[in-house]
Design a protein around this ligand. Structure first.
Ligand code: PLP
Ligand code: COI
Length: 362
């Protein structure tokens, strides 16, 4: 059932004091602080979507036998709101996040939230908590985290008959503490993130849980992130735990083909277009771990970068794998990486023309 509920406004009578909010906004970090409100919408079998509300941010009361706590029927999204030079606010491609949320819902046997309701829920929250959208000009933005959980109470393993959709928001600075400083990557040849026919192309918590051990092992080897390979041949580069990858071959950028076991990133998709706008070639293709190493050594692979909503565009510096270790672009952010980063951020921050109609005004 695809009913479109209205969202009733029940704003907080005690939002955080301006001075405290400003102190947080001066150094928000990533995902550490949350705004004054959240949006919640329920879904019940036979009734569809109902009881949309904007309410003060706060804990959710869940019965210990709530389905999601046991069987992880959960999906989420990540998108950002940016402040323009004139003080107005816009989100980046919320329709694309809404469609990916529907695709994740289908994979997890959950109800699909209508695209317009997803966008409206984000809009209502950002409008209410507009003062939490950081000032124009810096690295900061307001990160929105829509998610949906199975709320039926019971231990039977089946698609739930009740769900809760929630949107929360968090002022966000750079995802990596070093900002645009290159990150180091561990190439995981044994642990995989996702398998063919699995859930790798859905944005669901289980994929992130599956990545944590490899991430901890990478940290122990002195690396910031893990790059996962395909689960069959353990050969083809797929993505990082929370970002897609791009390989820069001079004037051409290449990103791993969507095989079903990696996420179809919206930043990834946008960069295929932004690169062409800047006069580069851009394509999807397969890159093997051996090719990555050989092309870095023979100098044809000039830069590598990671991309995603939280990470924006982050250069890759050191790469480590069982066969050794090497430096990408001398360990410095590459020229193409930085040009693409600036071009994308200029669109998002409203300092260049939004020729593709990606920005959604609030
Ligand atoms: N891959 C994974 C596993 C992610 O979690 C993310 C982040 O959302 C991405 C890629 C990049 O996707 P997007 O650019 O839509 O944020
Ligand atoms: C995002 O970029 O929105 C993500 O969900 C990635 C996560 C690692 C924060």
């Amino acid at each position: 059932m695809t009913t479109t509920p209205t969202i009733e406004l029940k704003p907080s009578s005690s939002p955080l004091a301006a001075a405290e909010r400003e102190a947080i906004m001066a150094n928000p970090g990533f995902g550490r602080h949350f705004t004054d409100h959240m949006v919640t919408i329920k879904w019940t079998e036979g009734r569809g979507w109902h009881d949309g509300q904007l309410v003060p941010y706060g804990p959710l009361a869940l019965d210990p036998a709530t389905n999601v706590l046991h069987y992880a029927q959960e999906i989420f999204e990540g998108l950002k709101a940016y402040r323009r030079p004139d003080g107005t606010v816009a989100t980046f491609r919320p329709d694309a996040n809404a469609r990916r949320f529907q695709a994740s819902a289908r994979r997890l046997a959950m109800p699909e939230l209508p695209v317009e309701t997803f966008i409206e829920a984000c809009d209502v929250l950002v409008r209410q908590d507009k003062e939490w959208v950081p000032a124009h000009g810096g690295e900061e933005s307001l990160y929105l985290r829509p998610f949906m959980i199975a709320t039926e109470v019971g231990l039977g393993v089946k698609p739930a008959n009740e769900y809760l959709f929630v949107v929360i928001a968090s002022p966000a600075g750079a995802y990596f503490p070093g900002g645009v400083k290159p990150v180091s990557i561990w190439l995981s040849e044994d642990r995989v993130r996702a398998v063919p026919g699995g859930m790798g192309d859905a944005k669901t918590g289980g994929n992130y849980a599956a990545s944590l051990l490899a991430q901890a092992e990478a940290a122990a080897k002195g690396c910031d992130q893990v790059a996962y390979l395909d689960a069959v041949e353990h050969k083809w580069v797929e993505e990082l735990g929370g970002m897609n990858l791009y390989f820069v071959y001079g004037n051409k950028i290449v990103t791993p083909t969507l095989t079903g076991s990696l996420l179809a990133g919206i930043t990834r998709d946008s960069l295929l277009t932004v690169a062409r706008d800047l006069g580069y070639e851009s394509e999807e293709g397969r890159v093997s771990i051996d090719q990555w190493k050989a092309d870095s050594e023979n100098g044809t692979l000039t830069e590598v970068f990671a991309c995603g909503t939280a990470a924006v565009i982050t250069p890759v510096g050191t790469v480590k794998c069982n066969a050794g270790e090497w430096q990408q672009s001398g360990g410095e952010p590459g020229e193409v990486t930085l040009k693409l980063r600036d071009a994308l951020l200029d669109i998002q921050r409203g300092t260049s023309e939004d020729v593709h109609g990606w920005m959604h005004d609030l």
